[in-house]
Write a protein that binds this ligand. Structure first.
Ligand code: GLU
Length: 484
């Protein structure tokens, strides 16, 4: 009997749920569903500094919202658990020791200073950066003694040093890499935690994943992964690297140029089925050329081998058009249900209401006073544009300040509350020689489109991080091209 197809999505919970994660999850989901196999969610939280449970919860939430349900995962369990890498440390340690014992991996005692020096020399010689194999020749008994004596070390994979390493990708066929270009990858860090490479390969094998479908950016890791499979004596899965989503200028999709958090699309009023439809189009064309289709249609028609490798451009205008088409497919009662579920849901309305309560005189005032809470983008009229420019700065200078504010301050806020927003804005003013008054009004206009609003920090908290960041970006774009 053929082996049942098992696919997985393996996100690292280090930020907002990314649209790229949704894209990769969709293709993994489609293959598993089509073949009657299983789709697994594994949380790759080996980066202890950057992983947070809030981010993990947002990933679950985003995938549920999209309707990409998984058969096994940290929240639903399953026969191959645990499905959170931080709960699998022992498994990695045992396997790393197996590789050291078989000579496929070795302890490396090089100090940070030595590695820094090496890097500086390589830089001066304009050579390739990489570990020089210094500890590879240490006799294994001596290495064991030094480890037993508690000397700080990492474990590295002994890669072939010469020749070509040939790997196979389902969409690209054979891809070869010159062995000398590939480093002896660290498998276990000095704190005993595994790196992505070690944990990922061990888990894919132990969880009996048959198809590793992931983003193109991982293809450069493939020689290391294939070497790991060989070292363990395991048969590798099928590898399939999906083309990266791109910005309009064809660079890798980034939050500087696109909204990339699934949370943004949800709050801006996109339908999950339109998102999935659009993401499917990024890598696959229906045999009949249809652009609008359901998840079920996609699962039925999808062929992994037919994924196209052209760099798909994530185009917000096209997604919006497609969303409109899906909205028109809904019955009036279903449309009402969707509105009630998202923008007009009690939870959200109860956050907005207190901000308007003291300031409205009729019930109808509520809508004119709070309309910017219920739209995706806001328009800036002439008066707003003028007032959005920071005093004694030009429009492009203001645009730059908005971008700095995002990148150096707001992006880093994990708990998006009125208090943390206020603190971030005030310290940004101090660090950049701005008076709070000079900055707050332009920011208010950027995130709401108007000068009279409820208190700024509460307003931003309720709008949510993703809507605020995207509006600040759009405001910066408007200002960048505006005449002083
Ligand atoms: N943790 C990796 C990520 O977040 C997984 C990559 C893979 O699928 O192997 O992208």
């Amino acid at each position: 009997m053929a082996q049942a197809v098992r696919t997985r999505i393996a996100p690292s919970p280090t930020g907002d749920p990314h649209v790229g994660t949704a894209y990769v999850a969709l293709f993994n989901y489609a293959l598993a569903r089509q073949c009657g196999g299983q789709f697994v969610l594994r949380i790759e939280d080996t980066d202890r500094q950057r992983s947070t449970s809030a981010s993990e919860a947002m990933i679950f939430d985003a995938l549920h919202w999209l309707g990409l349900d998984w058969d096994e995962g940290p929240d639903v369990g399953g026969p191959y658990g645990p499905y959170r890498q931080s709960e699998r440390s022992e498994i990695y340690t045992i396997h790393a020791e197996m590789l050291v014992a078989s000579g496929h991996a070795y302890p490396c005692f090089c100090s940070r200073e030595r590695l820094d020096e090496l890097r500086a020399e390589q830089k001066a010689a304009k050579g390739r950066f990489g570990y020089d194999g210094h500890c590879r020749s240490i006799d294994s008994d001596e290495a064991a003694r030094r480890r037993a004596a508690g000397e700080a070390h990492v474990i590295r994979l002994a890669m072939p040093t010469q020749g070509e390493i040939v790997v196979r990708d389902l969409l690209r066929g054979e891809v070869s890499f010159a062995a000398e270009q590939i480093d002896d990858q660290v498998l276990v860090k000095s704190d005993g935690y595994p790196t992505y490479h070690l944990a990922n390969v061990i888990d894919d094998h132990l969880m009996e994943i048959t198809h590793v479908i992931r983003a193109e950016e991982w293809i450069s890791s493939l020689p290391k992964h294939v070497q790991l499979y060989q070292a363990f004596g395991w048969a590798p899965p099928v590898f399939c690297h999906l083309p990266l989503l791109r910005n309009a200028d064809t660079s890798k999709i980034s939050k500087r140029k696109n909204p990339v958090s699934v949370n943004y699309f949800r709050r801006a009023g996109f339908l999950p089925e339109a998102m999935l439809n659009y993401l499917a189009l990024m890598g696959f064309a229906m045999p009949d050329g249809r652009e609008e289709f359901s998840l079920a249609d996609f699962v039925e028609a999808f062929r992994l081998e037919a994924v196209s490798l052209g760099g798909p451009v994530f185009d917000l205008t096209k997604l919006t058009w497609l969303n409109g088409k899906h909205i028109r497919e809904l019955s009036p009662s279903e449309l009402l249900r969707r509105l009630r579920e998202e923008l007009l849901g009690d939870r959200y309305l109860l956050e907005v209401l207190p901000l308007a309560h003291e300031r409205i005189e009729t019930l109808a005032d509520f809508f004119s006073y709070t309309n910017f809470f219920f739209v995706g983008d806001v328009e800036y009229d002439d008066a707003a544009r003028t007032k959005m420019v920071i005093r004694e700065r030009t429009p492009p200078q203001t645009a730059k300040i908005f971008r700095l504010l995002l990148e150096e301050s707001l992006d880093a806020i994990l708990d998006w509350s009125a208090e943390s927003i206020e603190e971030a804005l005030r310290s940004f003013c101090e660090a950049n020689d701005l008076k709070p008054k000079e900055l707050f009004m332009p920011v208010r206009i950027a995130v709401t489109g108007r000068a009279a609003t409820p208190p700024l920090f509460d307003t931003m908290a309720v709008l949510g991080k993703e809507i605020c960041r995207w509006r600040l970006r759009s405001a910066a774009e408007t200002l960048r091209t505006m005449k002083a």
